[in-house]
Design a protein around this ligand. Structure first.
Ligand SMILES: Cc1ncc(COP(=O)(O)O)c(C=O)c1O
Length: 413
């Protein structure tokens, strides 16, 4: 009998959507293409020699443990260290409140599996991090977008969405947010808005999932206090990661949550992967304990700052003035908005790829199909020289687009 795979898949698999970013990745990641698409750290910034030395010492001194399984909730010393780090940021927590995960992506998956039932409305930023939205949707959660502007997610718009849902007899379980140097916009939510959103969470009784991989990659100024540090009702689940502030290859992230949540997450994680890799956990612990991770972070902040400044400088020089873009003080992402009379961003991207330069068009970051004239630019991977070349090339493409649309341009202005 002929085998039909689609018949065999569980019904929940139908909810798993491939990301639009991945769809374009094979094109954008060709070596001859200057790519502003991927949001990975720059592999040239990984301190390979120091890591290699630290791994050898680790195996020599603690190999019996570093090569063994570890408790599902993670290595105790690392959790104690993370708890101390979180307390310095104003979060009251102990090692027992922390679960180490295989990156924050696993945290997003486990938390979605724990909290989201099919049909549950979940508040998400509009636009939002695709991987977060994907985790929620794969559990059947229905994203309800809350527009993000330069001050972060907008509490008035959130309240409107909440009262709309209330009229339908629905309450969202959760608001998923990346409050610092957001992926994809680069925006940071102000303290005032964080407090207002916490107040809404209390009044409408939903949880806040605070995803913070970029907060420490801060080029100037400071970030507002975290939702978790302002939380007096244990409503906030905080997730952090060593991927961007150190290295992603070790896959070390963490969750800080209330005791019952932690207990259930450990049960779910047990069936997901038994535990995150001990080698990575012990490595990051050793290297963080003696201050190396922080020193390395200061070094890479300086390097990424140069790239961000090169991007701003070249965008100012080469982009027509009607193209708007954000100017984040941290993280990896700049959000670009084209005027309505330009072609949709995916068409511009197709031209750009022909000219060997790439970015991500923005529609995939929206749960409602909007964002046709937006794009995400990441400056973390291309070199300063390529940033210059790539943005000048795009500037030429945009000038050509303007010349092709003179009548429409005049009308729309
Ligand atoms: C906002 C956000 N959350 C989570 C992740 C996942 O990161 P990791 O699993 O490496 O910690 C990313 C990765 O780009 C991200 O941008």
């Amino acid at each position: 009998m002929e085998l039909s795979w689609s018949e065999k898949f569980a019904s929940r698999v139908g909810r798993v959507k491939g990301s639009q970013i991945r769809g374009f990745f094979s094109l954008t990641e060709r070596p001859e293409v200057i790519s502003f698409a991927g949001g990975f750290p720059d592999s040239d910034y990984f301190p390979r020699e120091d890591i290699s030395r630290a791994i050898s010492e680790l195996i020599e001194e603690e190999g019996r443990y570093a090569l063994q399984y570890t408790p599902t909730e993670g290595n105790y010393e690392l959790r104690t260290f993370i708890a101390r780090k979180m307390r310095r940021e104003g979060v009251r927590c102990e090692a027992e409140d922390i679960v180490v995960t295989s990156g924050t992506q696993q945290a997003l998956d486990l938390i979605s599996r724990l909290l989201v039932d099919p049909g549950d409305p979940v508040l998400v930023e509009e636009p939002a991090y695709i991987g977060g939205m994907g985790a929620i949707q794969s559990c059947g959660g229905e994203p309800v977008g809350v527009v993000v502007d330069k001050n972060g997610a907008c509490p008035q718009k959130m309240e409107r969405a909440l009262s709309r849902l209330e009229k339908q007899g629905k309450t969202p379980k959760l608001f998923y947010t990346v409050p610092n140097f957001q992926n994809p916009t680069g925006y940071t939510t102000t303290e005032d808005r964080r407090r207002k959103i916490l107040d809404l969470a209390s009044r409408y009784n939903f949880l806040i999932l605070e995803d913070n991989p970029y907060g420490e990659i801060c080029y100037e100024g400071t970030i507002p206090p975290s939702y978790k540090s302002l939380d007096t009702e244990s409503r906030v689940i905080y997730i952090g990661s060593y991927s961007k502030i150190f290295i992603p290859g070790i896959r070390v992230g963490w969750i800080v949550g209330a005791p019952l949540l932690v207990e259930k997450l450990i049960m779910l994680k047990q069936s997901a992967d038994l535990c995150s890799g001990s080698l990575g956990q012990r490595l990051v612990y050793r290297m963080a304990l003696d201050g190396y991770v922080d020193e390395n972070l200061s070094r890479i902040i300086g390097l990424y700052r140069q790239k961000r400044d090169a991007l701003f400088y070249n965008m100012k020089q080469s982009f027509p003035p009607e193209i708007n873009y954000t100017r984040p003080q941290g993280g990896f992402f700049v959000w670009v908005t084209f005027p309505d009379y330009y072609p949709p961003a995916y068409e511009i991207l197709t031209h750009a790829i022909e000219r060997k330069v790439a970015f991500v068009h923005g529609q995939g970051f929206y749960s409602n199909g909007e964002g046709t004239h937006t794009a995400r630019f990441s400056f973390s991977q291309p070199s300063v020289e390529d940033i210059h070349k790539g943005i000048s090339r795009l500037g030429e493409i945009f000038q050509e687009i303007r010349r092709q649309e003179p009548v429409k341009t005049a009308i729309n202005r």
